[in-house]
Design a protein. Sequence first.
Length: 236
Amino acid sequence: MLRVGRTKVAPAILTLVLLLSGCSGKSHAVGPFIPQNPIEKDTHWHAALGMYDCDHWMGDTPGSGIWNWPASTPTGNPARANNTRVYAGLHSHDDGVIHMEPALSEEAGKNATVGKYFEFGGWKLSATGFTFLGTTVKNGDSCGTAGAGTLQWELGKWDGNPTGTNQKYIMQTGNPASYKLYQYDIIVIAFLPPGKTIAEIDDPPSVGNLARALGAEGNSAGSATTLPPVSISAVP
């Protein structure tokens, strides 16, 4: 179901939505690209991630919705948590934003997934739960006194609003780890108690940081003030 902020829109609207804007052109369908790509130099993409646990946004400080990357290489670059000698082409910078700067094909193009980001961070994600920032939850676990929780997730595309508020989302099914990331994406993954839906929570704090990242760092897919046509769609 498509929603705008806290307002839900009837599922019929999905018939008007075509492809993710990242798929609107051939080059977008295979990005982000490694620097050695002879044609495309668009090697730095950004997506906002929001992780929600029962009643708060997760972060290095509970409720903040932002976190730093957990591992560094000996030279100070973001590292893969399972091998700090290896650079992580998908990482964050104390902002909750997924920075996609692939150096190898295994982290570029169709391999630039939410699951790959979690793998590099030393976390886990599936259709039924996650391990993130020291917290592990799975469907059926308790959300305190609110009852047994379940994992829900949704996708959006940043619309150019620098405050990051009132974004549009479509609720998803399946495994969020399999989702292939694109420029301007907003991914919200929430573990919620009975009777609470992901449509009831606000935009993740990281969306504001996404706006700043896109405005401060050049990329061929657009900027904070000039966006390509944007649409969002349900993922099977």
